[in-house]
Ligand binder design. Structure first.
Ligand code: AMP
Length: 420
């Protein structure tokens, strides 16, 4: 048997039913917030991703040369493609531009539960404004999407990279040292941060103070820190404003400050946020986003931008973890001809009910009545039509309700009324 590639998955019909159901809900929420859907190609020039993230990203990519010798890559995310699209064709559109997407992404990650080599992201980019109201609305959108799907156990954290930078500055941590520290900070490996700082020659006290300020959600402590620097103070005030808006307008009460959110320090700036589903364990991050600056890098004129990406597969896992009851695939009616001669008439009845908008299937295997009934109950159909010659002679069929077991004779031309 040929094997499926490592880190990829097939989705059986029950899985697809769940995925489409969740997708529809997400699409609806984006539209309620005034976002419009766009699509970009599955592969892009390799340069698009190295421009954004540097050459080291290549290790994490599926990149290849095509037959014309061009360097290409399967997209690992959609922010860079969307911004490329914007700079190329959408710069003249009126602002703010609210764009959302669904797309499969590819990363040469080590596969485990919640981490795949092909996975799906849904997300959005907000181009042309970064007022506190706009930022609060963006964060609320991410949270509302996950709430509207039906998730209950969510944690929303908000950070700010300007504040993080001034914390680095205050502790005299150099850019080079930051490079070593940020991956540890991002993963909340604070013990490792402390030992790394020790290696750099920092005192025990400074190291402890440093990780304390990164871990605290105590507003007073943070304010004390930002007082000295005017620009950071402004960012701090914005952050509080956003928190207030989230609480009062969007009724999100469970939002915490977390200054250790790093994301891509190179192009993210200002507000950043994450949403976790704590029940998922190691791979619990469902969503990451924030304000960033990519448009000038891609040749466009500077405009405030922000956005987020939600891991679609993890969202499904989180719903399953919460024992969410997904709707089942349901056929409205199953039609059973009692013998071969009634196949054509049965097909006609089936097709006429489909025209009315019902989902209808019939026994195409000529299985006979008892096997067909067994099959029908195995796929959970509640309404059965049994087509027999005697009843047909009176323009009727037998209608059976599987739930009650009740059977009755129904005229063919009133079948739809009966079923509806
Ligand atoms: P990122 O672009 O890395 O911020 O990722 C955004 C979201 O995509 C994460 O919060 C995850 O939910 C999801 N994600 C990232 N990488 C993977 C992966 N390899 N497999 C499944 N989901 C992923």
């Amino acid at each position: 048997v040929l094997q499926i590639p490592r880190g990829t998955r097939d989705f059986a019909s029950d899985e697809m039913q769940k995925r489409r159901f969740v997708e529809d809900k997400i699409r609806l929420t984006f539209k309620q917030f005034g976002y419009k859907e766009i699509q970009t190609p599955t592969f892009e020039t390799l340069e698009l991703f190295t421009a954004k993230s540097g050459e080291t990203i290549i290790d994490e990519l599926y990149s290849f040369k095509d037959k014309g010798g061009r360097d290409l890559a399967l997209r690992p995310e959609l922010t860079a493609p969307v911004i490329r699209f914007y700079v190329d064709k959408l710069q003249m559109e009126s602002k703010p531009l609210k764009l959302f997407y669904f797309g499969n992404c590819f990363r040469y990650d080590r596969p485990q539960k919640g981490r795949y080599r092909e996975f799906m992201q849904t997300g959005c980019e907000l181009i042309g404004t970064d007022t506190p109201e706009a930022t609060a609305e963006l964060i609320a959108l991410a949270y509302t999407i996950l709430k509207n799907i039906g998730l209950k156990d969510l944690k929303l954290y908000i950070g700010n990279l300007s504040i993080l930078s001034s914390i680095f500055k205050a502790f005299n941590i150099s850019k080079e040292q930051q490079k070593n520290l940020t991956p540890l900070i991002d993963k909340s490996l604070f013990n490792d941060v402390v030992s790394c700082l020790k290696d750099f020659g920092f005192s025990e006290k400074d190291s402890q103070d440093f990780i304390e300020i990164l871990q605290t959600s105590d507003v007073k402590k943070i304010i004390k820190f930002t007082e000295k620097d005017d620009q950071t103070k402004d960012e701090m005030m914005r952050l509080f404003q956003i928190l207030e808006l989230l609480k009062n307008i969007f009724e999100i009460k469970t939002c915490e400050i977390k200054l250790s959110i790093v994301r891509g320090l190179d192009y993210y700036k200002g507000v950043v946020f994450e949403i976790d589903a704590p029940r998922l364990g190691a791979e619990k991050q469902l969503c990451g986003g924030g304000a960033y600056e990519l448009i000038p890098l891609f040749g466009g004129s500077k405009t405030p931008t922000s956005g987020f990406a939600i891991g679609f597969d993890r969202t499904i896992l989180a719903l399953e973890e919460e024992k969410y009851k997904f709707p089942e695939i349901k056929l409205d009616v199953y039609v059973i001809p009692i013998n071969e001669n009634l196949m054509i008439k049965s097909l006609e009845i089936t097709q006429n009910l489909r025209k009315e908008g019902l989902s209808v299937d019939m026994d195409l295997l000529k299985r006979g009545i008892s096997k067909s009934l067994k099959y029908a109950s195995s796929i959970n159909v509640e309404k059965i039509i049994i087509v027999g010659q005697k009843e047909l002679d009176e323009d009727s069929v037998t209608f059976r309700d599987m739930k009650t077991g009740k059977q009755e004779l129904v005229k063919i031309n009133s079948l739809y009324e009966k079923i509806r």
